[in-house]
Structures are given as C-alpha cells and as structure tokens.
Design a protein around this ligand. Sequence first.
Ligand SMILES: Nc1ncnc2c1ncn2[C@@H]1O[C@H](COP(=O)(O)OP(=O)(O)O)[C@@H](O)[C@H]1O
Ligand SMILES: [Mg+2]
Length: 350
Amino acid sequence: MSSESAVTPGWASEEPILEVRNLEKHYVKSTGWLESFFADEKRVRAVDGVSLSIDRGEIFSVVGESGCGKTTLGKTLLRVIEPTEGEIRFKGTDLSSLSSTEMQEMREHVQIVYQDPFEALNPKRTVNGLLRQPMEIHDITSRDEQRERIYRALEDVNLLPVEDYLDRYPEELSGGQLQRVLFARALVLDPEFIVADEPSSMLDASVRARVLDLIDELRNERDISFFIITHDIGAARYLSDRIGVMYLGRIVEMGSADGIVEDPKHPYSKALIESIPSPDPREPLGSSGIGSEVPEPVDLPIGCRFHPRCPAATEHCRRADPEWRSVPSETDDGRMTECHEVEPKQQPPE
Ligand SMILES: Nc1ncnc2c1ncn2[C@@H]1O[C@H](COP(=O)(O)OP(=O)(O)O)[C@@H](O)[C@H]1O
Ligand SMILES: [Mg+2]
C-alpha cells in the first residue's frame, strides 16, 4: 500500500468496494414550446462532480435536504441511470466499460432498494413471487436453489416463520414488513453492495429503528457494504461509519459519522445538524435553520453554491469556487470539506 492517500481527495489507497470520480448527472429540463422558443434548454445539474470511495463492509450515508441530488447520485452510482460524466469502479472494474450484458451480470452484486415499498412492489404478486422475480431475471432457475435463497433472505430480514409470509400479498403487510420484503428481494441475489434510498422514511419511529438495526445486521452477517440515502442525520449517525453531506449536487463535507454530527465544519452541515430537533439520534430531521427550500440546481450561482443561504459568506465566496480539501477536526477523522471560511489543514513538514 502506498502512502499517497492524501493525493486525491475522497479516493482511498486501499482497494475499496466502490469508487467514483468526478461523477456528474445532468438532466435536460423540458420546457414548453413557447418557453423553448425564447430560452435555451435548462440543465439541472443534479449531481455535479462527486468523488468518493466506499470501503468493503462500510456503511456510508449521504445526507442533505430534499432536492439536493441524493437519489440521482445513488442511481448513477450503480448505472441505473447513465452518468453524464465521470468514472465508477466496482471492486476495481470500470463500470462504464461494461456492455449492457456485462452490466446486467454485475447487477447481481450491486442492488438498489427504493424508497417507497408500495410503489416498488407489484401488488399482484405474493412475497414468494416477488422474491423469485429477480432470480429469474438472473437465470437462477433451479427451484431448490430459489427456495433456499428465499428462505435465507426472509430469515435474514426477520420475517418469521417464513411460511407465514410466502403467500401474502403486499396489501396484507405493514409498512415495516414491506420494507423488509424490499431488502429480502435484494438479498436473494446475494449482493456485495446495496444502495438504500431513504430506507426508513416511510416508517414510524419504532419500526424505523428496527430497520436501521436490520441494515447493521446485514452488514455484519453478510458482509454487505451500504450506501444509504437519507435526509435524516440522526439515522445516518446511528447507522453509518462515515457521512457525506450533499448540497446542490456536490458533497460539501465528508468525515466520520460522529465527527460530522459533533463537530461539523461546513456552514451547511452546521445548519442541518442544528436543526435536529431531538437528542434521540433515531428521530428524523426537522426543518433546517437556513430558511427556504433548496434551490433547483439550474443557473447555479457563481462562487460557492451555498453562498446565497450561508450566514458566513464573504465577498470572496460570491466570486470563487471553494476547493475540496482536508481540514482539521477534533476527532482527526480525515475530514474533507469545500468552504473558503474553514482553515485548511497544515501540511506536515517534509
Ligand atoms: N428525471 C428528472 N428530470 C429532471 N430533473 C430531475 C429528475 N430527477 C430529479 N431531478 C431534479 O434533480 C434534482 C435532484 O433530485 P433528487 O436526486 O431526487 O434529489 P433528492 O433525492 O436529494 O431529493 C432536483 O432538482 C430534481 O428536481
Ligand atoms: Mg430522494
């Protein structure tokens, strides 16, 4: 292993399970014909230059307000939607170099669990049918093998006894049970990496805590790495090793989960954390203290993209883009941020 870990920010030197570099996803916003007559097409820069790496067995959470690009990042990471720019490596393999057939094979190892179980699960299929479906797509057709995988998945998500659930339809299950079925459906393919989009947002508090514990168990027992998308910093802290704070398409701060919550550096992270209403880390995030909604990432401001809402913004912030750099923190957690007003880490003398 080399000692060059400081060379590329967010790019670890050990082989991580997933790495992305300069990832971008832009949407072209459709305008009405009259509007398009007068204006150029608008580009929504939903993900706008994200670099990060996730270690094997790590739980990494990305937090930020609604609309800041979390879902788009999660989908782009796994090429569920195609990135506009950038590089994605899964266990060293460049995903963009894969043909659609190879990418299809890769999907066995990388799974995404969507936010809304009511939307994600076909109401006309039983639990058994829902869990068989991904295996049929991936040519796991032996009935014995399917049965074994379904039993193991349902046991792992604690839907027990398994026989009680196999023939049930989604409408016969509670929100928490449906969320577990969603995880089981990912597990039947025995993945190594799971993106989970707001896995607890549709659930009430006690059920939410149990779903978070389930993710931790799956990491420990199945050695799965997780990329968790959430607007709930409390849940992110409770669950993850590291947190990335996202604002308008960029990760603006990254560090250990405790470090980010106890000692945030970026003014946006500070505002998010100050808005946590309850000392119970499993409670959801309340309204943020920085006022209005996240603007749409079209016509981004010049300079730091957070400056219009930032209480610490200076003239310099209105003019120049901040650089992504190492900054000191109390816990020395390898903190990185992009903010002009946070003093960079002193380089150790040669
Ligand atoms: N399919 C799409 N077409 C156009 N704009 C989109 C599309 N999906 C998301 N967006 C826009 O991209 C931005 C990021 O959205 P999203 O990734 O859903 O954020 P989050 O998950 O953090 O709420 C938002 O401004 C949203 O309106
Ligand atoms: Mg989302």
